[in-house]
Design a protein. Sequence first.
Length: 304
Amino acid sequence: MERILNYTVDTSDVGTSVLQFLKKKKYSRNLITHLKKTEAGIVVNNEWVYINHELKEHDNLTIRLVETEIPESQKILPAKLPFSVLYEDDDILVADKPADMPIHPSIAHYGHTLANAVAWHARQRREQYPFRCINRLDKDTSGLTLIAKNPYSSCILYSQMRNRQIHRTYYAIVQGCTQKQGTINAPIARKEGSTIERTVNFQSGERAVTHYETLACKNGLSFLKLQLEPGRPPQIRVHMRYLGHPLVGDFLYNENYGKINSQLQRQALHAGNLEFVHPVNGQVLRFSTPLPEDMLNLLHMVIS
Protein backbone atom coordinates (compact mmCIF):
# COMPACT_ATOMS: atom_id res chain seq x y z
CA MET A 1 0.00 0.00 0.00
CA GLU A 2 1.26 3.48 -0.88
CA ARG A 3 0.39 6.80 0.78
CA ILE A 4 1.64 10.13 -0.59
CA LEU A 5 1.77 13.14 1.75
CA ASN A 6 2.48 16.65 0.41
CA TYR A 7 3.63 19.68 2.40
CA THR A 8 4.19 23.28 1.30
CA VAL A 9 6.94 25.01 3.27
CA ASP A 10 5.88 28.32 4.81
CA THR A 11 7.96 31.09 6.39
CA SER A 12 8.07 29.42 9.81
CA ASP A 13 10.03 26.47 8.41
CA VAL A 14 12.40 28.30 6.07
CA GLY A 15 16.01 27.28 6.78
CA THR A 16 15.11 24.09 8.63
CA SER A 17 16.28 20.72 7.36
CA VAL A 18 14.00 18.01 6.09
CA LEU A 19 14.87 16.03 9.22
CA GLN A 20 13.83 18.90 11.50
CA PHE A 21 10.62 19.38 9.53
CA LEU A 22 9.69 15.69 9.78
CA LYS A 23 10.41 15.61 13.50
CA LYS A 24 8.17 18.65 13.91
CA LYS A 25 5.44 16.70 12.13
CA LYS A 26 6.05 13.85 14.64
CA TYR A 27 7.56 11.33 12.26
CA SER A 28 9.29 8.70 14.37
CA ARG A 29 12.98 7.87 14.08
CA ASN A 30 12.16 4.45 12.64
CA LEU A 31 9.82 5.92 10.04
CA ILE A 32 12.41 8.50 8.95
CA THR A 33 14.95 5.70 8.58
CA HIS A 34 12.42 3.77 6.48
CA LEU A 35 11.85 6.83 4.25
CA LYS A 36 15.59 7.21 3.67
CA LYS A 37 15.66 3.65 2.32
CA THR A 38 12.54 4.10 0.18
CA GLU A 39 12.92 5.01 -3.47
CA ALA A 40 11.64 8.60 -3.86
CA GLY A 41 10.70 8.47 -0.19
CA ILE A 42 11.69 12.12 0.41
CA VAL A 43 11.32 14.50 -2.54
CA VAL A 44 11.55 18.30 -2.69
CA ASN A 45 10.25 20.02 -5.82
CA ASN A 46 10.26 16.68 -7.68
CA GLU A 47 13.88 15.90 -6.78
CA TRP A 48 15.09 13.28 -4.29
CA VAL A 49 16.97 14.87 -1.36
CA TYR A 50 18.87 13.89 1.77
CA ILE A 51 17.31 14.58 5.16
CA ASN A 52 19.82 17.38 5.83
CA HIS A 53 18.50 19.29 2.82
CA GLU A 54 17.61 22.88 3.78
CA LEU A 55 14.06 23.92 3.00
CA LYS A 56 13.08 27.19 1.30
CA GLU A 57 9.80 29.06 1.30
CA HIS A 58 7.15 27.54 -0.99
CA ASP A 59 9.15 24.32 -1.41
CA ASN A 60 6.94 21.31 -2.07
CA LEU A 61 7.98 18.39 0.13
CA THR A 62 6.57 15.02 -0.89
CA ILE A 63 6.72 12.00 1.42
CA ARG A 64 6.11 8.56 -0.07
CA LEU A 65 5.06 5.89 2.41
CA VAL A 66 5.33 2.44 0.88
CA GLU A 67 4.64 -0.96 2.45
CA THR A 68 5.11 -3.40 -0.40
CA GLU A 69 5.99 -6.45 1.67
CA ILE A 70 4.44 -7.21 5.03
CA PRO A 71 6.80 -9.21 7.30
CA GLU A 72 5.77 -12.83 7.76
CA SER A 73 5.30 -12.25 11.50
CA GLN A 74 2.71 -9.54 10.75
CA LYS A 75 0.75 -11.34 8.06
CA ILE A 76 -2.87 -12.01 8.98
CA LEU A 77 -5.12 -14.66 7.45
CA PRO A 78 -8.11 -12.84 5.86
CA ALA A 79 -11.48 -14.09 7.06
CA LYS A 80 -14.96 -12.91 6.18
CA LEU A 81 -16.33 -12.03 9.63
CA PRO A 82 -19.08 -9.62 10.76
CA PHE A 83 -17.99 -6.15 11.88
CA SER A 84 -19.03 -2.62 10.98
CA VAL A 85 -16.86 0.13 9.50
CA LEU A 86 -18.02 3.52 10.75
CA TYR A 87 -15.34 5.52 8.94
CA GLU A 88 -12.42 4.89 6.62
CA ASP A 89 -9.97 6.88 4.53
CA ASP A 90 -6.35 6.46 3.39
CA ASP A 91 -5.04 6.81 6.95
CA ILE A 92 -7.47 5.29 9.45
CA LEU A 93 -10.33 2.87 9.93
CA VAL A 94 -12.88 3.09 12.76
CA ALA A 95 -14.49 -0.28 13.48
CA ASP A 96 -17.42 -1.37 15.63
CA LYS A 97 -16.22 -4.69 17.06
CA PRO A 98 -18.84 -7.23 18.14
CA ALA A 99 -18.53 -9.14 21.38
CA ASP A 100 -16.90 -12.59 21.29
CA MET A 101 -14.25 -11.38 18.84
CA PRO A 102 -10.62 -11.05 19.96
CA ILE A 103 -8.57 -8.17 18.59
CA HIS A 104 -5.43 -10.15 17.62
CA PRO A 105 -4.83 -13.75 16.57
CA SER A 106 -3.44 -16.14 19.18
CA ILE A 107 -2.98 -19.88 19.52
CA ALA A 108 -6.57 -20.26 20.73
CA HIS A 109 -8.01 -17.67 18.32
CA TYR A 110 -6.12 -17.88 15.05
CA GLY A 111 -8.69 -17.13 12.36
CA HIS A 112 -11.66 -15.33 13.89
CA THR A 113 -10.32 -12.04 15.22
CA LEU A 114 -10.85 -8.41 14.28
CA ALA A 115 -7.44 -8.50 12.60
CA ASN A 116 -8.64 -11.32 10.33
CA ALA A 117 -11.82 -9.41 9.53
CA VAL A 118 -9.91 -6.21 8.70
CA ALA A 119 -7.49 -8.16 6.49
CA TRP A 120 -10.48 -9.48 4.51
CA HIS A 121 -11.98 -6.01 4.30
CA ALA A 122 -8.66 -4.56 3.06
CA ARG A 123 -8.34 -7.27 0.41
CA GLN A 124 -11.77 -6.39 -0.98
CA ARG A 125 -10.48 -2.82 -1.38
CA ARG A 126 -7.27 -4.13 -2.97
CA GLU A 127 -5.24 -2.82 -0.05
CA GLN A 128 -2.68 -4.49 2.17
CA TYR A 129 -1.23 -3.15 5.40
CA PRO A 130 -0.12 -4.47 8.81
CA PHE A 131 -2.82 -4.53 11.47
CA ARG A 132 -2.18 -1.59 13.81
CA CYS A 133 -4.90 -1.35 16.46
CA ILE A 134 -4.58 1.82 18.54
CA ASN A 135 -7.12 1.15 21.33
CA ARG A 136 -7.53 -2.52 22.13
CA LEU A 137 -10.66 -4.06 23.58
CA ASP A 138 -11.11 -7.33 25.45
CA LYS A 139 -12.53 -10.22 23.45
CA ASP A 140 -15.98 -9.87 25.04
CA THR A 141 -16.09 -6.07 25.10
CA SER A 142 -18.03 -4.65 22.17
CA GLY A 143 -17.66 -1.27 20.54
CA LEU A 144 -15.37 1.20 18.84
CA THR A 145 -11.74 0.62 18.03
CA LEU A 146 -9.31 2.64 15.91
CA ILE A 147 -6.93 1.20 13.33
CA ALA A 148 -4.01 3.00 11.64
CA LYS A 149 -3.57 2.09 7.97
CA ASN A 150 -0.04 3.42 7.46
CA PRO A 151 3.08 4.00 9.61
CA TYR A 152 2.64 7.78 9.81
CA SER A 153 -0.95 7.68 11.07
CA SER A 154 0.24 5.02 13.52
CA CYS A 155 2.99 7.36 14.84
CA ILE A 156 0.55 10.20 15.39
CA LEU A 157 -2.25 8.14 16.94
CA TYR A 158 0.03 6.27 19.35
CA SER A 159 1.41 9.66 20.41
CA GLN A 160 -2.15 10.89 21.00
CA MET A 161 -2.87 7.78 23.04
CA ARG A 162 0.23 8.28 25.21
CA ASN A 163 -0.73 11.94 25.74
CA ARG A 164 -4.36 11.05 26.59
CA GLN A 165 -5.69 12.90 23.56
CA ILE A 166 -7.87 10.01 22.42
CA HIS A 167 -11.06 10.14 24.43
CA ARG A 168 -13.13 7.00 24.95
CA THR A 169 -16.42 6.55 26.75
CA TYR A 170 -17.59 3.15 27.93
CA TYR A 171 -20.97 1.92 29.16
CA ALA A 172 -21.34 -0.90 31.68
CA ILE A 173 -23.97 -2.66 33.75
CA VAL A 174 -22.74 -3.63 37.21
CA GLN A 175 -24.06 -5.30 40.34
CA GLY A 176 -25.52 -3.13 43.08
CA CYS A 177 -26.43 0.54 43.20
CA THR A 178 -23.37 2.74 42.77
CA GLN A 179 -22.95 6.34 43.90
CA LYS A 180 -24.17 9.04 41.54
CA GLN A 181 -20.61 9.58 40.39
CA GLY A 182 -17.11 8.78 41.51
CA THR A 183 -13.45 8.26 40.69
CA ILE A 184 -11.40 5.12 41.31
CA ASN A 185 -7.68 5.87 41.59
CA ALA A 186 -6.04 2.48 42.07
CA PRO A 187 -2.93 1.14 40.28
CA ILE A 188 -3.22 -2.15 38.44
CA ALA A 189 -0.72 -5.02 38.22
CA ARG A 190 -0.69 -8.61 37.04
CA LYS A 191 -2.06 -10.95 39.71
CA GLU A 192 0.65 -13.14 41.16
CA GLY A 193 0.46 -16.66 39.79
CA SER A 194 -1.82 -15.74 36.88
CA THR A 195 -0.96 -15.09 33.24
CA ILE A 196 -4.20 -13.26 32.45
CA GLU A 197 -5.75 -11.83 35.62
CA ARG A 198 -5.01 -8.32 36.88
CA THR A 199 -5.62 -6.83 40.30
CA VAL A 200 -5.31 -3.57 42.21
CA ASN A 201 -1.80 -3.33 43.68
CA PHE A 202 -0.68 -0.10 45.37
CA GLN A 203 2.92 -1.32 45.67
CA SER A 204 3.78 -2.51 42.16
CA GLY A 205 0.82 -1.49 40.01
CA GLU A 206 0.74 1.06 37.19
CA ARG A 207 -1.35 4.21 37.43
CA ALA A 208 -5.00 3.70 36.53
CA VAL A 209 -7.90 6.11 37.11
CA THR A 210 -11.54 5.42 36.25
CA HIS A 211 -14.25 8.09 36.35
CA TYR A 212 -17.84 6.89 36.40
CA GLU A 213 -21.34 8.36 36.39
CA THR A 214 -24.45 6.37 37.31
CA LEU A 215 -27.12 6.80 34.63
CA ALA A 216 -29.70 4.49 36.21
CA CYS A 217 -30.09 2.08 39.13
CA LYS A 218 -32.86 -0.49 39.67
CA ASN A 219 -33.37 -4.15 40.60
CA GLY A 220 -29.92 -4.37 42.14
CA LEU A 221 -28.14 -3.23 38.94
CA SER A 222 -26.53 0.05 37.85
CA PHE A 223 -25.99 1.41 34.36
CA LEU A 224 -22.73 3.39 34.22
CA LYS A 225 -20.93 5.77 31.90
CA LEU A 226 -17.13 5.53 32.34
CA GLN A 227 -13.95 7.26 31.17
CA LEU A 228 -10.38 6.14 31.76
CA GLU A 229 -6.94 7.50 32.56
CA PRO A 230 -4.85 6.27 30.85
CA GLY A 231 -6.71 3.07 29.93
CA ARG A 232 -5.10 -0.24 30.90
CA PRO A 233 -6.58 -3.62 30.04
CA PRO A 234 -8.86 -4.67 31.71
CA GLN A 235 -9.10 -1.51 33.83
CA ILE A 236 -12.86 -1.11 34.13
CA ARG A 237 -13.40 -4.76 35.05
CA VAL A 238 -10.69 -4.68 37.72
CA HIS A 239 -11.73 -1.32 39.17
CA MET A 240 -15.42 -2.17 39.40
CA ARG A 241 -14.63 -5.40 41.27
CA TYR A 242 -12.35 -3.40 43.56
CA LEU A 243 -15.24 -0.99 44.18
CA GLY A 244 -17.52 -3.90 45.06
CA HIS A 245 -19.66 -3.55 41.93
CA PRO A 246 -18.34 -6.09 39.40
CA LEU A 247 -19.66 -6.17 35.85
CA VAL A 248 -22.59 -8.45 35.17
CA GLY A 249 -21.50 -11.45 33.12
CA ASP A 250 -17.80 -11.08 33.90
CA PHE A 251 -16.54 -14.65 34.29
CA LEU A 252 -13.10 -13.56 35.53
CA TYR A 253 -13.79 -10.64 37.89
CA ASN A 254 -17.30 -11.39 39.18
CA GLU A 255 -17.71 -14.18 41.73
CA ASN A 256 -21.45 -14.17 41.01
CA TYR A 257 -20.93 -14.70 37.28
CA GLY A 258 -24.03 -16.12 35.65
CA LYS A 259 -26.29 -15.69 38.67
CA ILE A 260 -27.63 -12.23 37.79
CA ASN A 261 -28.68 -12.82 34.21
CA SER A 262 -27.91 -16.13 32.55
CA GLN A 263 -28.78 -14.76 29.10
CA LEU A 264 -25.76 -12.44 29.06
CA GLN A 265 -22.80 -14.55 27.94
CA ARG A 266 -20.10 -11.90 28.43
CA GLN A 267 -19.17 -8.90 30.58
CA ALA A 268 -21.68 -6.07 30.17
CA LEU A 269 -19.19 -3.56 28.75
CA HIS A 270 -19.41 -1.50 25.56
CA ALA A 271 -17.04 1.10 24.08
CA GLY A 272 -19.70 3.51 22.86
CA ASN A 273 -17.92 6.80 22.08
CA LEU A 274 -14.58 7.70 20.53
CA GLU A 275 -13.07 11.14 19.92
CA PHE A 276 -9.65 12.01 18.48
CA VAL A 277 -7.84 14.31 16.06
CA HIS A 278 -7.30 12.95 12.56
CA PRO A 279 -3.57 12.15 12.28
CA VAL A 280 -3.11 13.89 8.91
CA ASN A 281 -5.71 16.60 8.34
CA GLY A 282 -6.12 17.65 12.00
CA GLN A 283 -9.91 17.40 11.97
CA VAL A 284 -11.61 16.48 15.26
CA LEU A 285 -13.54 13.25 14.70
CA ARG A 286 -16.29 11.90 16.95
CA PHE A 287 -17.99 8.53 16.67
CA SER A 288 -20.64 6.69 18.63
CA THR A 289 -22.31 3.31 18.41
CA PRO A 290 -25.39 2.10 20.33
CA LEU A 291 -25.48 -0.69 22.88
CA PRO A 292 -25.71 -4.14 21.28
CA GLU A 293 -28.85 -6.19 21.71
CA ASP A 294 -27.65 -8.36 24.59
CA MET A 295 -26.82 -5.33 26.74
CA LEU A 296 -30.04 -3.58 25.73
CA ASN A 297 -32.05 -6.58 26.92
CA LEU A 298 -30.30 -6.46 30.28
CA LEU A 299 -30.66 -2.68 30.47
CA HIS A 300 -34.45 -3.05 30.49
CA MET A 301 -34.08 -4.48 34.01
CA VAL A 302 -32.37 -1.25 35.09
CA ILE A 303 -34.52 1.42 33.44
CA SER A 304 -37.95 -0.24 33.09
